[in-house]
Design a protein around this ligand. Structure first.
Ligand code: DP6
Length: 332
């Protein structure tokens, strides 16, 4: 049996940062994200007889197969074992995957990657899990944000009092509000500190307890802004939230600094653009790149201005999207 799916990345409006149980990615508080459309992971999985083992491949631009390296293969294999146990399956699995965007650039490649892997393995094994089960399974990969990438549109991932209640759900469809995400890439190489290390240190910040107090109101403002399609409400919450998350990172022990000088240049330029009537609002994940959320009407002007900012390598243009989809062609 062979199956192929793609799953999108997502950009968090209220971030997952710090975990009650890091191995299973159980967060301290809910998070909310927008599913993207163009930044995707593509995945093909083929079953083979039990005993023949697993293979994991990265597909390059020309369709050739490359060894993804030990750390990547280990994480994928662990997830394959987890999925086999869950589905009571014995088959060996051959996995081939590629991203449509630069990996490890502060764009959530493990979110899209593990969402795509989870959905494709289930299909290749002939199983038809519901969306809640897929979200749970994607989360158990350890990449918590993958729990949100199995859904389209605007997505909330609750705190989940019990482990098996910790799955994401859709807040609103993509067509409800057509927002853009312009990603100003100022650092395209792999980030120096993984999100995993960030989660590990979060609770050591003396400001973390205060963050937990502030989150419920922020979540409510984001839910309301999405419901009302109100960028004037969403924007300031986005900026308050990403600065807060990065303050936690910077004050964790040991401290983590993701920003680069170009990050500040982009944020400064964005403020000028807003003052000139181009409404874009920033958010950042665990990296130096800046995501700018805006309406389609401002997309081109903002993308051009951001691309011309010193230190910006390129600007990826993405949009809210519908979620995972079957692929027309297998990767292998
Ligand atoms: C800053 O543990 O899901 O993006 O495995 O690197 O994708 P990756 O990260 P994960 O943590 C995500 C951290 C975040 C905020 C968020 O997406 O909620």
């Amino acid at each position: 049996m062979k199956a192929s799916f793609s799953a999108p990345s997502n950009i968090a409006f209220v971030k997952y940062w710090g975990a009650r149980d890091l191995a299973r990615a159980i967060p301290y508080h809910p998070s909310i994200s927008m599913t993207l459309s163009r930044c995707r992971s593509l995945c093909t999985v083929e079953t083979r007889p039990a005993g023949e083992g697993d293979e994991v491949w990265l597909v390059d631009e020309q369709g050739g197969l490359r060894d993804p390296g030990e750390a990547f293969v280990r994480r994928v294999r662990e997830h394959l074992d987890r999925l086999r146990r869950h589905f009571s399956a014995q088959e060996g699995l051959v996995v081939a995957t590629r991203n449509t965007f630069p990996s490890a650039a502060g764009i959530a490649s493990s979110a899209s990657g593990f969402a795509a892997l989870t959905i494709t393995v289930a299909a290749a094994l002939g199983r038809e899990p519901g969306i809640q089960e897929l979200s749970l399974l994607a989360r158990r990969s350890g990449s918590g944000s993958a729990a949100r990438s199995v859904l389209g549109g605007y997505v909330e991932w609750p705190r989940g009092e019990a482990e098996e209640e910790c799955f994401a759900f859709e807040l609103a469809r993509a067509r409800h509000w057509r927002l853009c995400d312009l990603v100003a890439i100022v650092q395209s190489g792999p980030k120096k500190v993984s999100s995993l290390d960030g989660h590990l240190g979060a609770a050591s910040s003396p400001h973390f307890a205060r963050r937990l107090e502030l989150i419920p109101d922020r979540l409510e403002r984001v839910r309301q802004a999405v419901r009302d399609r109100d960028l004037g409400t969403l924007g300031p919450v986005l900026e308050e939230e990403f600065v807060d998350m990065h303050c936690i990172a910077m004050s964790s022990r040991p401290p983590i600094f993701y920003w680069s000088p170009a990050t500040l240049a982009v944020l400064e330029r964005l403020r000028e653009l807003r003052a000139a009537g181009r409404e874009g609002w920033a958010t950042m994940d665990a990296g130096a790149n800046v995501h700018v959320i805006c309406r389609p009407a401002d997309e081109s002007d903002l993308a051009e201005a951001l691309a011309a900012t010193p230190g910006v390598e390129t600007v990826l243009r993405d949009y809210v999207g519908e979620g995972p989809q079957p692929l027309d062609e297998h990767l292998i």
